[in-house]
Design a protein around this ligand. Sequence first.
Ligand code: HEC
Ligand code: HEC
Length: 322
Amino acid sequence: MRKLIVLSAISVFVIAAAFLYSCNNNKDAEANSAEDSLKAVVEHGRYLANNVAACIHCHSTRDFNKYSGPVIPGTEGGGGQAFSNKELDVIPGVFYAKNITPDPETGLGSWTDDEILRAMTKGISKNGDTLFPLMPYASFNMMAKEDLLSIVAYLKTLKPIKNAVPARQSMIPMSMAYPVEAVQASIDGNVRPPKTDVVKYGGYLVTVADCAGCHTPFEKGQPDFARMFGGGNTFHFDQFVVTSANISPDSATGIRSWTEEMFVSKFKMYRDHKSYDYDPGKLNTVMPTSDFAGMTDEDLKAIYAYLRTVPPISHKVAKYPE
Ligand code: HEC
Ligand code: HEC
């Protein structure tokens, strides 16, 4: 009898110990999986900010002595790049990309997540200023909240850079520029289409990357949406002049004849740092090609699939002046 009690006491102890041990193990597992999922969120945000939405491309210093003006390492998110009517005539003045690193004084260090989201998706700065829609916030306004939040999580991992960006010089009152399109008040209902719905998913990426922003011609200072993706905007840089191409599926003037492989390789060939580390002189481009190159094959193919479905626009464009 005594033996039995001792035995059962031992077994209770063993069971309890095993239970406690497994609880602890679960806690460790939970902590590990929380850490893993934060890592995955930041990695997803890094991908979107660098390779799809071009945040880092605009908000850093670019080197136009190299193909497609890659970001100068160490300047990521520090801001200061100027966009003016000198480069593109429809820009009414001079606008500077802001410092979006976590620096508390000159960057976003003191901003809440909601304030960052509001600037990205509604074009309203922390101090209430309306931002000029050169940053495509009307497009970001259609992004899934999950994608937006992963970008915010990634921005917090950037090295803080102390860089006070000069004030913009706008030739028009901001009320004239805003809102370009009515931006929806709540982004909560936005969804990212599943990757299996290739055309829709490709359309989503095209929105996030704002391909239309550069590839839709302007008419009297406004994008001419009837000729979406028809190309024809000319960018003037000291080193080169380039006009955005017609990327609609028109046979004679667009990219109808491009195979999927040709399209994917237009980007993919610049994946390796060495492939754009040269001075193309007058044959340079303003398209962030070396950044888009980092998109996965799957994403590039989805973009191609989507661009096959948009209306063909007959519009002959010469990318480089004769
Ligand atoms: C085409 C270039 C461009 C792209 C792409 C772009 N931005 Fe901007 N961004 C700007 C410019 C220019 C401003 C300032 C506009 C102004 O002064 O009116 C700005 C402003 C901001 C602001 C407001 C900061 C402040 O101090 O008011 C935030 C935040 C921001 N961008 C984050 C982002 C994020 C995140 C992304 C990517 C999802 C992004 N931007 C993509 C050019 C760009
Ligand atoms: C900052 C402006 C800008 C953005 C954003 C942009 N492009 Fe371009 N794109 C250009 C310019 C300028 C050219 C012409 C020079 C060249 O080939 O790079 C071009 C050329 C192209 C070409 C080559 C077409 C041909 O006939 O040679 C393709 C394809 C293309 N873009 C697709 C895209 C896609 C897809 C996106 C969005 C993921 C995009 N572009 C975003 C400016 C831009």
